[in-house]
Design a protein around this ligand. Structure first.
Ligand SMILES: NC(=O)c1ccc[n+]([C@@H]2O[C@H](COP(=O)([O-])OP(=O)(O)OC[C@H]3O[C@@H](n4cnc5c(N)ncnc54)[C@H](O)[C@@H]3O)[C@@H](O)[C@H]2O)c1
Ligand SMILES: [Zn+2]
Length: 663
């Protein structure tokens, strides 16, 4: 690739990561990887000044104004910080500063890992709070910031009449864990880390929800005209007198040695802090000296950050398991020698697919680096080839199913291998049974995963229709089965016969037919016999059904084994057709279209869509002129923006939506 192309590609990639990180609060790569790419871009741009661009992510502060709140221009710009992961860079930086000034002192502070905020105090009262945004303007979130209990709304002592307090909003680790625990119980997507949760919390529309998040604020600077502080150290001391909560962790350092000691100390001790830090910040103490050095377009020259590497553990790759899912998809999972990583013992890591294994050139017996990146599941990011035993061989990816021995297939354009032996490959059979009884499918509560396996291994259930011919006498002799639990199983199977046609359609486990597609198919074709005979054209005429789904549906019904099984389900009395008026309870929303975006707090997406249908409305999958209402939950991102840009879509909060149907 030519240099200019590489520069353009890096800029585009970094802009996307900035968007994921600052707007969606959902990074997909680790900070370390991000910073490596940014450094590469910086280097290329320095070597090739002819490709300078004032909009490059190396020049601009990464954040953005979201427009979900009033936009406020900063009276004084907000900057980012230059950073490095290497002590040598810090040494060089200090040397450079020493060349400019004879007498220097530095203040070392913790680098709180959260979101920046600028809070205006006028005559001692908190009057406005604005996010950093793009550094020039940000979102005005005063009401949300007022909920932070440690933040004084009224100051004490001899404060300046007008100034901006700059600080970092963070969320305590315990609070973060509690929120995720609650989300897990509700079946909601988990937040990636405290930083992104703090930042996402600031953007909630309902400040009473923000109050529940238990956010904290750590002030680190005052900005204004004629503030009469001479040094950073003096300012921090004064801030305490005014009533701000400033941790007693900062240190005034004269020598490089002292600075390095501070870094070393916190690299270890940070694990004991109740909140997260991602490094330490070193600032020139004297404000007159700071002023002399000034700022670049992106960051001050008088400060720098030493960043701690996200925790990476090195451990041995013992083996790889190949897991076969219910659709036959094969995924490789690494078994590792157990190792402590960011507070938890890690034994397994994802390897995704064959291409990733090739790219990493990871081999069994290698010492590998494991990291917790943007995602929750740890991943292998590299191999320590220095200690590789020269004898060990590259991995030959499996060619045959680890369970049934059938040759695997990999279709063009697909990253995954599949086992095509649908009828007798054990994990596929069990996977289908588990799927059938699961909550969103037939919701047969008394049969969990273990019971499904047990019933299959006893030879009682091979396909989902077999559930409906089970008798008490057959189940009772099985392991750990008592009279009561057997009765529960029989009862809940009987009850499941009443589940609606769309649920059954989803429960069959047709590839690419999820809950929503199943609903659309059920609604359009009304019964399974019509669906069975549908042509590709008829199928793709249904909204949101493309060729891929249509082909998969057709292939499913072309299989005589499936047709025979469906007849057995019919005999057992299951709902193979839509019962008219089964869903609709009102026509209040008739003719109106809805879309839900962001993470919802009051109901799940499924429940929301069900409500729309019950009231005669229609769910659509994208933002377009045909959309009437967008219900935006927390962290709504691109869809919300698109709807706002369109201008024809009415945007509702969850509460407003509930009000609309309940009124
Ligand atoms: N993983 C991703 O996809 C992704 C994307 C974008 C950015 N990032 C990460 O974010 C970084 C850039 O973010 P940034 O511009 O907010 O810079 P930053 O977070 O690295 O440093 C600047 C910020 O540090 C904060 N800070 C905390 N404690 C401070 C203290 N004591 N004194 C002064 N400031 C303090 C301030 O809010 C300041 O704005 C990147 O280097 C990268 O690591 C990651
Ligand atoms: Zn198989």
């Amino acid at each position: 690739m030519d240099i200019h192309d590489r520069i353009l590609a890096l800029r585009e990639e970094l802009n996307q990561h900035n968007y994921n990180y600052y707007v969606l609060d959902r990074p997909t790569i680790s900070d370390f990887e991000f910073d490596l790419k940014l450094k590469e871009l910086q280097k290329l741009e320095t070597e090739h000044p002819e490709y300078f661009d004032a909009n490059s992510p190396t020049v601009r502060v990464g954040g953005m104004v979201t427009k979900n709140f009033p936009t406020v221009t900063h009276e004084f710009r907000m900057y980012s910080l230059d950073n490095s992961y290497s002590i040598e860079d810090i040494e060089l930086w200090i040397e450079r500063i020493r060349k400019s000034f004879e007498n220097v002192a530095f203040v070392c502070e913790l680098k709180y890992d959260g979101a920046s905020i600028s809070i205006l105090y006028e005559n001692g009262e908190l009057t406005q709070a604005v996010t950093r945004g793009d550094g020039t303007a940000g979102d005005e979130i005063t009401n949300n910031i007022r909920t932070i209990s440690s933040l004084p709304l009224k100051l004490k002592g001899d404060y300046p009449p007008k100034f901006y307090m700059r600080g970092e909003i963070t969320i305590p680790i315990a609070q973060f864990n509690a929120i995720n625990e609650e989300r897990k119980n509700k079946g909601l997507m988990l937040y990636a880390n405290p930083r992104n949760t703090a930042s996402g919390s600031l953007k909630l529309q309902d400040s009473s929800e923000v109050a529940k998040r238990g956010l904290q604020c750590f002030p680190y600077a005052f900005v204004g005209k004629q503030l009469n502080f001479k040094t950073q150290w003096e300012m921090l001391e004064k801030a305490k007198e005014f009533g701000f909560k400033i941790p007693n962790t900062s240190k005034l350092c004269k020598t490089l040695d002292e600075i390095i000691q501070f870094i070393d100390y916190w690299e270890v001790e940070r694990k004991k802090l109740p909140f997260e830090i991602d490094g330490i910040v070193i600032k020139l103490n004297d404000f007159a000296q700071q002023e002399e050095l000034g700022n670049t377009a992106k960051s001050p020259r008088w400060a720098t950050a030493y960043k701690f590497k996200a925790e990476v553990a090195e451990t041995k790759l013992l083996s790889i398991d190949y897991q076969v899912g219910r659709t036959g998809a094969v995924t490789p999972v690494a078994n590792l020698e157990p190792v402590l990583l960011a507070g938890t013992v890690v034994k397994r890591a994802s390897l995704h697919n064959e291409d990733i294994i090739r790219k990493l050139d990871v081999r069994i017996g290698d010492m590998v680096y494991v990291e917790k990146g943007g995602e929750i599941i740890p991943k292998i990011i590299g191999v320590n080839t220095d200690v590789r035993d020269p004898e060990i061989q590259a991995i030959t990816y499996i060619t045959h199913c680890p369970s049934c021995g059938t040759e695997l297939v990999r279709q063009a354009g697909e990253a995954l291998h599949y086992c095509p032996n649908e009828t007798s490959c054990q994990p596929q059979i069990i996977g289908r049974l588990e799927h059938f009884v699961s909550r969103k499918a037939m919701d047969i509560e008394s049969i969990g995963s273990e019971t499904a396996i047990l019933l299959h291994q006893a030879g009682l259930v091979n396909d989902v229709a077999d559930f409906y011919s089970l008798t008490k006498d057959q189940i009772l002799p099985l392991d750990r089965m008592a009279d009561k639990s057997v009765q529960n199983i029989i009862d809940s199977i009987e009850k499941s016969k009443q589940q609606s046609f769309d649920r059954l359609l989803y429960a069959l486990g047709i590839r690419h037919v999820g809950v929503t597609v199943a609903k659309k198919l059920a609604k359009h074709f009304k019964d399974i016999d019509r669906l069975k005979l549908a042509t590709i054209d008829e199928l793709t005429s249904v909204e949101d059904i493309g060729e891929k789904i249509a082909l998969s549906v057709q292939a499913y019904f072309a299989n005589p084994a499936h047709l025979a099984m469906i007849e057995r389900l019919r005999t057992a009395g299951l709902q193979l057709a839509l019962v008219e008026n089964q869903v609709q309870v009102s026509t209040k929303l008739a003719g109106k279209t809805f879309l839900f975006t962001g993470s919802l707090q009051r109901f799940t997406r499924d429940e929301a869509q069900e409500m729309v249908e019950q009231f005669g409305g229609k769910n659509v999958s994208g933002v377009s002129k045909n959309l009437n209402y967008l219900v935006a939950g927390e962290k709504a991102g691109s869809k919300l923006k698109k709807a706002q840009d369109l201008g024809t879509v009415e945007i509702l909060t969850e509460e407003e939506f509930l009000k609309m149907i309940n009124d």
